[in-house]
Design a protein around this ligand. Structure first.
Ligand code: DHB
Length: 390
């Protein structure tokens, strides 16, 4: 197989990159080890920054985001039994959209396949060869286990946090790394929304997040031990824990039909570009989920890399690619800070002392009591403008 850009991973980053490249007439092949239906069923994040929504809309990637998605103009921070609204619209003039990631994927797959995009499902990338040369190659194995070579002018690793492309070009541990002593137990349930906006709740029993998916399906998370078996808690125990942790606010309960445990980590790869290979999205960086930065950060990478690749492949100008890492890392580290901050401010560390707990409440009181601090949180949450300057 021969193409201009070989993209490993049909997640939001890989598919959006293929979509933007196509608008410049740059052909690409996307491969993913999963089937189309597995990709469309992967339950992930739910919050899109305003700039992500605008990009999906103006590039024709999703016509449903504004009609099926719902705009949220704020969130509630809860602690010590009281809720405090962070008014995004009033503080920044911006908002976010609740539109699940798998809906973004359905839209992108439909648009790209209708346009004749080559997407190879069930194709597992094994390694990248000659990433430093003008003709890098992806070696993959097809659904029957037969080897396939994809020759390209450029290779992009959009293959998630366990990226094969990253391991192949720079080794699996080549990055800045931080782990957290907790995880999220996530559930989907059949129930009406429990509140108009998302609730981020700090409590002596641990953190809880009340999110939504639709008028009849809700998504909620409980801070838990990373080793928790999601089947070990009864529905009653889950609801009691959620209710305890959003104390003072009554949740609408309903049957729980999906459970998963999400591990937390912060990671930034040392190298985003190696010769004619680049990493984007979770392959380049992972953030803990608090604050919903992951997918938005992936889309911001795509906007920049698209600019760099258009210059390289259409005008033979490599300068934008040389600035890509510096410009992308500025946003990546801002998002790393925000995700770490929201995580550490809202969760209870298993070894927290009385001092730590009182300091944390002081921090939360300082944030909700200061318009400047609330505005900082709102700016980070709604997202910094996408840059295309390279
Ligand atoms: C969701 C996930 C997040 O990490 C977050 O901060 C808000 C919402 C969600 O899955 O709905």
């Amino acid at each position: 197989v021969r193409t201009r850009v070989a993209i490993v991973g049909a997640g939001p980053a890989g598919l959006m990159l293929a979509h933007l490249l196509a608008s410049d007439g740059i052909e690409s092949v996307v491969i993913d080890r999963r089937s189309r239906s597995e990709i469309e069923r992967t339950i992930r994040a739910g919050i899109l920054e305003q700039a992500t929504v605008e990009l999906l809309e103006t590039t024709g990637a999703s016509s449903r985001v504004r009609t099926v998605g719902t705009r949220h103009d704020g969130i509630e921070l809860r602690f010590a039994g009281e809720g405090h609204r962070i008014d995004f619209a009033g503080l920044t003039g911006r908002g976010v959209w609740l539109y699940p990631q798998h809906e973004v994927l359905k839209d992108l797959l439909e648009v790209r396949l209708a346009a004749g995009q080559e997407i190879r499902f069930g194709m597992t990338a094994l390694r990248v060869e000659d990433p430093d040369s003008a003709q890098p190659r992806v070696i993959a194995s097809d659904p029957e286990g037969r080897p396939v070579t994809i020759e390209a002018d450029f290779v992009v690793g959009a293959d998630g946090s366990h990226s094969v492309v990253r391991q192949s070009v720079s080794g699996s541990h080549a990055g800045y790394f931080r782990e957290y002593p907790f995880a999220w137990f996530g559930i989907l349930c059949e129930a009406p929304p429990s509140s108009d906006e998302l609730i981020y709740s700090n409590s002596p029993h641990g953190f809880a997040l009340v999110s939504q998916r639709s008028a009849s399906v809700q998504r909620m998370y409980l801070q838990c031990d990373p080793e928790l078996d999601p089947e070990s808690m009864s529905e009653r125990e889950i609801w009691d824990q959620l209710q305890l942790r959003v104390d003072g606010h009554t949740l609408a309960e309903g049957p729980i039909f999906q459970r998963d445990v999400l591990r937390f980590r912060s990671f930034v790869a040392h190298e985003l570009v190696t010769g004619r290979t680049a990493l984007i999205g979770d392959a380049a960086h992972t953030v803990p989920p608090t604050g919903a930065k992951g997918m938005n950060l992936a889309i911001a990478d795509v906007v920049l890399l698209h600019r760099a690749l258009a210059a390289l492949l259409r005008a033979n100008d490599a300068r934008p690619l040389e600035s890509f890492t510096t410009v992308a890392l500025e946003r990546i580290w801002k998002a790393q800070h925000f995700s770490w901050w929201m995580t550490s401010m809202l969760h209870t560390a298993p070894d927290a002392s009385d001092f730590d707990r009182r300091r944390q409440e002081g921090e939360l009181r300082a944030v909700v009591g200061s318009e400047s601090a609330r505005r900082f949180l709102a700016e980070c949450y709604t997202g910094w403008p996408f840059t295309t300057e390279l």
